[in-house]
Ligand binder design. Structure first.
Ligand code: PLP
Length: 484
């Protein structure tokens, strides 16, 4: 009888699976405890220097004890994260994650699937999500979609496909300098900085991006856009890309997507939408109508890790013309040769639609999240964050010491404490709030004034968290203005 096959001595698997199983269960329990009791913790706390110093050790040469590493994680890492899972976190635009997403990510890590391509069910799971995304945005079956790190990457892919549309496939071989067209792109002053970065990375240059002013609702000024397109044409440029924003980072404004679609159609310009967090408003019946026109975009970039609550990272790009998307990235390398059957079947592969070859299984945590909660429930949590923003607006309007600094369009509230030297004091209050552990807003500048900005994204945030934020803002404001 053949002896039972033995793993090599050099394997990284444990000799005894019993211990790691018990340790794994403790780790899982700790994370459930963490999520269950999140509310009792500070949102964020400053990292003690002694803890920081622990992470400057030389490369470990010898094995470490897994239980000790877990203890180190619990003591030195977990308490000092950004805190975006916490209900009091309202800084920047961060999603909260869910226990279901966490579990799915564990399964994905165990499977260790590489979703570059090949004939495997994990790729079918990604295709399933692509199909749901098409359905959500009213795109045709020929549209393509791809998971990427985040909207920054998704916007870059949008620019690159639009560049292929404008210059033809030859641009992949010869570069943008080979042609005689000078391309110009358009976005609003409220757009995210990664649009300009995408212009930079694509070789088109940031100066080719025209920053169109905003109207009083912080939406792209349509007359200014049309005027600039005409001026560029007259000056010999080829306008090729309009990036509308669905949910600006500063104030949560939604550009008039219908009007932008009309202009793009009339001018024969690619219409892209940066819907990083706002596009998933399509899941919420009260917000979806405000995104009307999104179904006419040529491409949409968005994140499941913001309003979709999928754990980081889970960005997504949807492109109407799937063939053009494929042509922009597909490469005929011999080692990526396709077959009609076997493991190298199932073409086209995800790696044909973007720059990444090795790709993790982001689709699994997204599939689990959508299946476990359902689109309606996810939509309700999105609506709820907007209701909280309106609740907060009322609270600010009723507090004589507070003022609203921008209209509340969706889920973002910009406000400040009324006082002399308000910019300086409000910047201090924002830090005081963060260091107190009560709430973590961020700051931005609106109309030339510094604003404390609460972006309510997290499904865990409740009215009591808003009350706590406003009360603490007033208390810190009083304390700060007394000492000046
Ligand atoms: C968050 C955000 C981005 C960047 O997305 P990442 O996922 O962080 O790369 C781009 N645009 C808008 C409007 C955003 O809110």
């Amino acid at each position: 009888m053949d002896p039972k096959p033995q793993p090599p001595q050099s394997t990284l698997d444990p000799a005894d699976w019993h211990d790691i199983r018990a340790q794994g269960h403790r780790m899982l329990d700790d994370m459930f405890d963490y999520l269950e009791h999140l509310r009792e913790r500070p949102v964020w706390q400053p990292i003690p220097q002694a803890v920081r110093d622990l992470f400057h050790e030389p490369l470990p040469r010898q094995p470490g004890d897994l239980a000790a590493l877990h203890a180190s994680f619990m003591q030195d890492i977990l308490p000092y994260a950004v805190g975006n899972a916490h209900p009091g976190f309202m800084g920047w635009v961060h999603g909260g994650g869910t226990p279901v997403g966490m579990l799915a990510d564990m399964l994905a890590a165990g499977l260790n699937a590489n979703l570059g391509g090949r004939d495997q069910m994990p790729v079918e799971v990604e295709r399933q999500v692509v199909q749901w995304v098409r359905e959500l945005f009213g795109f045709p079956a020929s549209a393509s979609g791809l998971f990427v790190t985040g909207t920054s990457m998704a916007n870059l892919i949008g620019v690159l496909v639009a560049r292929t549309a404008a210059l033809g496939l030859g641009v992949r071989q010869h570069g943008i300098a080979a042609g005689d067209k000078r391309l110009s792109a358009y976005t609003s002053a409220g757009a995210h900085g990664c649009i300009a970065q995408a212009m930079d990375l694509s070789g088109l240059g940031m100066a080719s991006l025209r920053i169109i002013p905003m109207n009083e609702r912080y939406e792209m000024d349509l007359a200014a856009l049309e005027h600039r397109i005409a001026a560029d044409r007259a000056a010999g440029f080829t306008p090729f890309f309009i990036a509308g924003t669905a949910g600006t980072v500063d104030v949560g404004a939604i550009d008039d997507l219908r009007a932008l679609a009309d202009i793009a159609h009339k001018e024969k310009i690619w219409f892209h939408i940066d819907g990083a967090y706002g596009a998933l408003g399509m899941l919420a019946p009260d917000i979806a109508p405000r995104l009307a026109g999104i179904e006419r975009a040529d491409s949409i970039a968005f994140d499941f890790h913001k309003w979709g609550q999928v754990p980081y990272d889970a960005g997504f790009i949807l492109v109407r013309d799937g063939a053009l998307h494929y042509d922009t990235f597909a490469s005929p390398a011999a080692y990526l040769r396709r077959e009609s059957c076997g493991l190298a079947g199932g073409s086209p592969w995800p790696c044909d639609f973007g720059p990444d070859l090795s790709r993790g299984f982001r689709a699994l945590k997204t599939w689990f999240t959508i299946k476990a909660y359902g689109a309606e429930k996810l939509g309700q949590s999105i609506s709820a964050t907007c209701a909280l923003a309106r609740y907060m607006q009322t609270g600010i309007e009723q507090a004589p010491m507070l003022e609203l600094l921008a209209p509340v369009s969706l889920n973002i509230v910009c406000f400040g404490y009324r006082c002399a030297d308000a910019d300086k004091v409000n910047a201090q209050i924002a830090v005081d709030l963060q260091e107190s552990g009560i709430a973590a807003p961020s700051t931005t500048t609106v109309n030339g004034r510094l604003a404390i900005r609460a972006a309510i994204i997290n499904h865990r945030t409740a009215t009591s968290d808003i009350d706590a934020l406003l009360q603490a803002t007033i208390a810190f404001g009083e304390a700060r203005t007394q000492t000046i």
